[in-house]
Ligand binder design. Structure first.
Ligand code: FA5
Length: 349
């Protein structure tokens, strides 16, 4: 009965109502924790204080107030737990809403790159040369006069130096290599025969640029040194290389030429792929396309690296990599290859 309630019971009911009313408005984990400390906390909780004060009450009243306080405690704890779960559920729902992904939206396409046509050719060359037993070497693009010219039988003032117009860094001493041939000497200096080596990379010539000439282009150089190698081995290597790069059925031919570091020397040609040897505009009606230079390594070059030319002989060949790409894909202007125009490059996926 209400009028038989003690002060303690009335206070308890008021506290319970206040606690319940407050709880209903709380909606964060922090405010719930604050509420719990204020009412149910071990140290300063209001309800805890009531329970702690029970000892001071007379016997019968202690029992009544004690039971009522415990009932309020259980009720508040249950309400707190229910509220906690409601708050957590709301926070989870809000997080899901924040991170909502519309899976029906179209995706963002990532542009895909591909290997540059010149790199594609270089990979094919490397695979071919390795299959033929040649090992890949690398050499500097900034080269000395000695390796680029002098060690290759081109002393200063030799007229053949004019065959390759040079970008000088320190005139007469340091230059941008005009050919990959200096690596013939570098490789031979680094090992004893037998040698089967190749080098690929950029070369530089101070030339007028046109549809078939760049000032910066790429060469591949092959070198083989052994006992008893002959011109027939050179011819066989070139034929095998051309067949691997362009497919079977193309003829190759050697044509006498001059390079200071090979003797005898030969340009080598392949059947024109456009007219299959019949003669057309591309091959200037000769039926043949010029691919590169070659020859038997000059005995003076061998002596220069300490190889005995009466024991060892070898052959070397070098050709333009752009030339191979142009033949393979029927490209009529060398400048397209390094022009970085995506409309051109996208054709080589
Ligand atoms: C040489 O560079 C010799 N080192 C080749 C050689 C190697 C001979 C080993 C003997 C033994 P040449 O200057 O001809 O030779 O150049 C060889 C190839 O490079 C040419 O056939 C051509 O395919 C390419 N080439 C030359 N000049 C240019 C240029 N300006 N732009 C693009 N390609 C070029």
């Amino acid at each position: 009965m209400a009028n038989s309630e003690t002060d303690e019971e009335r206070q308890l009911t008021a506290m319970r109502n206040r606690a319940r009313a407050e709880l209903e408005n709380l909606d964060t984990a922090e405010s719930l924790e604050d509420w719990r400390t204020r009412y149910l906390g071990r140290e300063r909780g209001e309800l805890t204080a009531v329970l702690k004060g029970l000892g001071k009450l007379p016997g019968e009243q202690r029992k009544i107030v004690g039971q009522a306080a415990n009932a309020v405690k259980m009720e508040l704890e249950a309400l707190l737990e229910a509220r906690r779960q409601a708050v957590q559920a709301r926070e989870r729902a809000a997080a899901l809403e924040r991170e909502r992904v519309d899976v029906t939206l179209p995706g963002v396409a990532t542009p895909q790159g591909h290997v540059h046509p010149l790199s594609q050719v270089m990979r094919d060359i490397a695979r071919t040369m390795k299959a033929m037993g040649f090992q890949l070497y690398d050499g500097p693009e900034v080269e000395t006069d000695y390796y680029n010219f002098e060690s290759l039988n081109l002393p200063p003032d030799h007229p053949a130096r004019d065959m390759q117009d040079t970008f000088w860094i320190a005139p007469g001493q340091i230059l941008l290599r005009t050919q990959t041939s200096p690596n013939q000497v570098r490789i031979m200096e680094s090992m004893r025969p037998p040698v089967r080596a190749f080098v690929m990379g950029k070369v530089y010539r101070n030339e007028a640029i046109d549809a078939s000439h760049e000032a910066v282009f790429h060469q591949i150089e092959g070198l083989a040194i052994d006992e008893g190698l002959t011109m027939a081995d050179l011819r066989g290597a070139i034929a095998a290389f051309v067949e691997a790069m362009f497919g079977p059925g193309l003829r190759t031919r050697l044509r006498p030429d001059y390079f200071p570091f090979t003797e005898p020397s030969a340009e080598f040609d392949v059947d024109c792929m456009t007219c299959k040897g019949k003669g057309c505009r591309v091959c200037k009606y000769s039926g043949w396309l010029e691919m590169g230079g070659s020859g038997m390594v000059d005995p003076r070059v061998l002596r220069g690296v300490g190889y005995d030319p009466s024991v060892y002989r070898g052959f070397a060949f070098g050709l333009g990599i752009e030339r191979i790409a142009m033949l393979r894909w029927d490209i009529d202007d060398i400048r397209l290859l390094m022009g970085n125009d995506l409309r051109f490059l996208r054709q080589f996926t």
